[in-house]
Design a protein around this ligand. Structure first.
Ligand code: HEM
Length: 242
């Protein structure tokens, strides 16, 4: 994605997750679909080797994607790959800033960062609910009967704090094996970008710990506010002193 377009894309993808604002979501989805249609056309005129070029080639070469599928996959990859990681980084850094002993331990032992990423994602999941599912048949879950053909939203953030699965779940414990968390979803629709997201989070956390030895919250944690969103959970801002 060209650097010059990033401010627009950032705004549209934030709007896509606005809570209780269907008009804002609607116009952002049209804007981002139009943008992706233009980007696909531009890549057709001068192809490169990026992921989008490969998807265009799959469409044009052997017709494995319809034009609409190509655009919607492009939008999905762009949005799913960007808001999620941004919010994960904010949530993870906040958790560490609020647990200075754990932060110090990661700084002195950076080899612990990969394992810590799972626990940080479990502890404060940036994707707080999955996308909609629909029941194909009636099911009883936790004593509640859910009829066939109704929408269901799985609360990933709550599942990741299930005390039966993660003892003392409200405690950040970088030594726990949190690898079975649901922060990337589960089953056939599990996050396609999980390995990339994990790498990005590791790299960014290591860089922040490395570069800013004195990093600390610039405001009391109680003053931090969260964006008014659906699906994703993330801070409006994370003011720090370095
Ligand atoms: C830390 C960052 C990320 C988190 C927490 C995250 C989380 C998730 C979750 C929970 C789902 C499943 C949603 C559901 O079941 O309804 C999902 C799906 C998906 N993610 Fe991620 N994601 C992250 C980063 C990325 C990145 C970097 C990419 C791509 C570049 C990506 C692409 C996708 C796609 C395409 C799907 C849909 C898969 C499908 O429906 O088959 N994600 N993600």
């Amino acid at each position: 994605m060209p650097e010059a377009d990033r401010a627009d894309v950032r705004r549209w993808s934030a709007d896509l997750f606005a809570s209780g604002a269907p008009d804002v979501i609607d116009s952002a989805s049209y804007a981002i679909a139009d943008y992706m249609t233009g980007l696909v056309a531009a890549r057709r005129r001068s192809p490169g080797t990026a992921l989008l070029d490969r998807l265009v080639a799959a469409r044009d070469g052997s017709d494995r994607l319809s034009e609409q599928e190509l655009v919607s996959l492009g939008v999905l990859l762009l949005v799913a790959g960007h808001k999620t990681t941004t919010n994960t980084l904010g949530n993870a850094l906040l958790a560490l800033l609020r647990h200075p002993a754990e932060l110090r331990r990661l700084r002195t032992r950076p080899e612990l960062v990969p394992g810590a990423v799972d626990e940080l994602i479990r502890f404060d999941s940036a994707v707080s609910t999955a996308t909609f599912r629909f029941t194909t048949e009636a099911v009883t879950l936790g004593g509640t009967e859910i009829p066939a053909g109704v929408p269901v939203l799985v609360a990933i953030g709550a599942a990741n704090r299930d005390p039966q699965r993660f003892p003392d779940p409200d405690r950040l414990d970088l030594d726990r094996d949190a690898s079975a968390h649901l922060g990337f979803g589960h089953g056939i629709h599990r996050c396609l970008g999980a390995p990339l997201a994990r790498a990005e989070t590791e790299i960014a956390l290591r860089a922040a710990l490395d570069r800013f030895p004195g990093i600390r919250l610039a405001v009391p944690a109680e003053q931090l506010t969260y964006r008014h969103t659906r699906l994703v959970r993330g801070l409006a801002a994370l003011p720090v002193q370095v």
